[in-house]
Design a protein around this ligand. Structure first.
Ligand SMILES: [Zn+2]
Length: 197
């Protein structure tokens, strides 16, 4: 196997309640899965998608200070887990409304960052704020617009946010914002045990 997989341990089948769970490669598959001997269901585990926006207003960008763990008190772009049945664009706009009470026009996909060590994919869109009637949502302590020279680089919540903002201010010099696809690996041992940083 060319990559490390993190698999949650499964004691009971969520379909039939059986505790007869085997971890093996199902026929025709290439990776081991939890297979229920009771009902035959294969329990697949796949990455979660985090969607969000980098909202712009003229020369400034909107950031939220987190009211919840992890990283309470630090700054982030509005983002969160995509819901079942939701499109990525709708999810990014919803998270922006929930965390910043901000209405946006979602523009284009900007950073797409794989975090294989925690099985997540971040997809952050550039977005245009429609008005200045933003305010902290339940998950934010504070929401404000930042000029480039004001960005609190040492108080950003996640490495995905740092990377997205660094790319953004570099790309803004040229005016071209290609979709930037990248990977963040687990941080070297000895640093803070923050899975997302
Ligand atoms: Zn079962």
């Amino acid at each position: 196997m060319a990559f490390a997989r993190i698999i949650a341990v499964m004691k009971f089948c969520s379909i039939c309640g059986s505790d007869r769970i085997e971890y093996r490669i199902p026929e025709g598959d290439s990776l081991p899965r939890h297979v229920c001997i009771g009902c035959g269901v294969v329990h697949y585990q796949n990455p979660k998608v985090v969607v969000g926006c980098l909202p712009e207003w003229e020369e400034r960008v909107l950031l939220c200070r987190r009211a919840i763990e992890p990283r309470r008190g630090l700054w982030t772009v509005p983002a969160g887990f995509l819901e079942n049945g939701e499109t990525v664009v709708a999810g990014a706009a919803r998270e922006t409304l929930e965390e910043a009470s901000a209405r946006v026009e979602v523009l284009s996909p900007y950073t797409m960052i794989s975090l294989p060590h925690i099985s997540q994919v971040y997809l952050i869109f550039r977005a245009r704020l429609l008005d200045l009637d933003f305010a902290p949502g339940a998950e934010s302590l504070e929401v404000r617009l930042y000029d480039e020279h004001e960005i609190p680089w040492e108080e950003l919540a996640f490495r995905t946010v740092t990377r997205t903002l660094r790319n953004y201010f570099l790309d803004r010099k040229t005016g071209a914002f290609p979709t930037r696809v990248s990977t963040l690996e687990r941080k070297a041992r000895g640093t803070a045990p923050a899975a997302l940083r």
